[in-house]
Design a protein around this ligand. Structure first.
Ligand SMILES: *Cc1c(COP(=O)(O)O)cnc(C)c1O
Length: 410
């Protein structure tokens, strides 16, 4: 028998979503008449818009004809998609070139895999609460020690992100090498202000750190003037990598397409202290371990940038953000303290005093037959909070909020 990677044994078992599933199944078995509404998992529900489906079909037709058949494509993505993405960045005031973009099958994979190009002794900082992928992949790689009783791993720097600091994490005390930031944030729904991002860029420049910026939800920003890309911040090009995805933006969670941007000038250093461009390292990893996103899917992705495609995608985002408004205002009217939901599809609410996130989960399920996500599942500092997702059908959202107002008014 081969010896397993021992770092996997440090992982707190994938606890959150299995535990939610178990509690919902038990409740449903005991109460078969209950019509349960799920606002827990961050998955989209609206079908792909017609212009995007048409583009995917046209791509499939090309694959079925001798003249237009294609085998392996460029691992980094087809030029037509890279150029469209670069153009979208320019329209947002960010300077990104096609050759700095790497198309992939998801931001989960990209944010998970990026740590491979960094040495194991780098100090990693992340927010608490956090998207669990950033933590677990560093544990698997062996960059952390064991978890303590609170589930915090040794050697990671946790940055508390709570109502007390306006969901705007303070800079680390001392030096860190790698910083994960996610804005608009999953799970808190908060957006980092321009000044706050500028502070992080200045810190990274001073400390020689790299910021891994997850912008999976940038398309949900409503307020003009808020930052969509870290590359809108002057000085960011030699300290930041950005991740974006078509998953939430355009309903691609089951279609799979995303991309990572690594600017040409961004470097790490080798053992002798000499600079090494990270773009080249990532290119080496990407071309060794990945063979590109399928042609019909890249055709579908580029249709997101066409006039009809972007109008349709925008209409779906508007629909989701109207759901977010209904949830936010409904909960506030029922006496809850609510955060997020204005520039992000997540509403982060304070559970009533003296109640844990899991207690609230059970009450919400028992009394309103609504499923959400306990904040403590995203980290220690998520205790006392609860996440509701705005990805849902309007009638379900309205009914869920009506039940909460009637049965769980504070
Ligand atoms: C949904 C999500 C992603 C996107 O993941 P894909 O693999 O592209 O579907 C990335 N980051 C965060 C924080 C997310 O919630």
């Amino acid at each position: 028998m081969p010896r397993i990677n021992p770092h996997y044994q440090k992982l707190r078992a994938g606890y959150l979503f299995p535990e939610i599933g178990k509690r919902v199944r038990n409740f449903a078995t005991a109460h078969p008449e209950a019509r349960i509404i799920r606002l827990g998992i961050g998955d989209v529900v609206l079908p792909l818009p017609a212009p995007i489906v048409e583009a995917m079909k046209a791509g499939a037709d090309e694959m079925g004809s001798q003249d237009t058949f294609r085998g392996y494509g460029p691992e980094q993505g087809y030029e037509f998609l890279l150029e469209a993405i670069a153009g979208a960045y320019h329209a947002q005031g960010a300077n990104v070139a096609a050759e700095e973009i790497f198309v992939s099958d998801g931001s989960k994979c990209d944010t998970a895999n990026i740590q491979e190009i960094f040495a194991l002794d780098n100090v990693v900082a992340l927010t608490d609460p956090v998207y669990p992928v950033y933590v677990d992949t560093n544990v698997m790689a062996g960059r952390t020690g064991e978890a303590d009783d609170c589930g915090r791993y040794a050697n990671l720097v946790y940055l508390p992100t709570t109502a007390e600091n306006g969901f705007d994490p303070a800079l680390p005390v001392g030096h860190v090498d790698i910083i994960y930031l996610c804005s608009p944030n999953n799970p808190t729904g908060a957006v980092m202000a321009r000044a706050s991002l500028a502070r992080w860029v200045a810190y990274a420049r001073k400390e020689g750190a790299v910021i891994l910026f997850d912008a999976a939800y940038e398309a949900f920003i409503r307020e003009p003037g808020l930052v969509h890309s870290i590359f809108e911040i002057p000085g960011s090009r030699d300290v930041a990598i950005e991740f974006r995805s078509f998953s939430k933006t355009a309903g691609f969670t089951g279609t799979r397409c995303a991309f990572t941007v690594i600017p040409r000038e961004l470097c790490g250093h080798d053992a002798s202290g000499a600079p090494v461009p990270l773009r080249g390292l990532w290119n080496r990893r990407h071309t060794t371990k990945f063979n590109g996103v399928s042609y019909p899917v890249q055709r579908a992705a580029v249709a997101v940038f066409s006039p009809e495609g972007s109008r349709a995608v925008q209409a779906n985002i508007d629909y989701t953000m109207e759901n977010a408004r209904i949830i936010r205002e409904g909960l506030a009217a029922a006496g809850y303290r609510v955060y997020g939901g204005e520039n992000a599809p997540y509403i982060w609410l304070r559970v009533p005093a003296g109640v844990t996130s899991w207690d609230f989960f059970d009450r919400l399920l028992a009394e309103a037959h609504v499923v959400g996500t306990p904040g403590s599942g995203f980290g220690n500092c998520g205790e006392g909070y609860f996440r509701l997702s705005a990805f849902g059908l309007r009638e379900n959202i309205e009914e869920a909020i009506e039940r909460i107002r009637q049965k769980m008014h504070l």
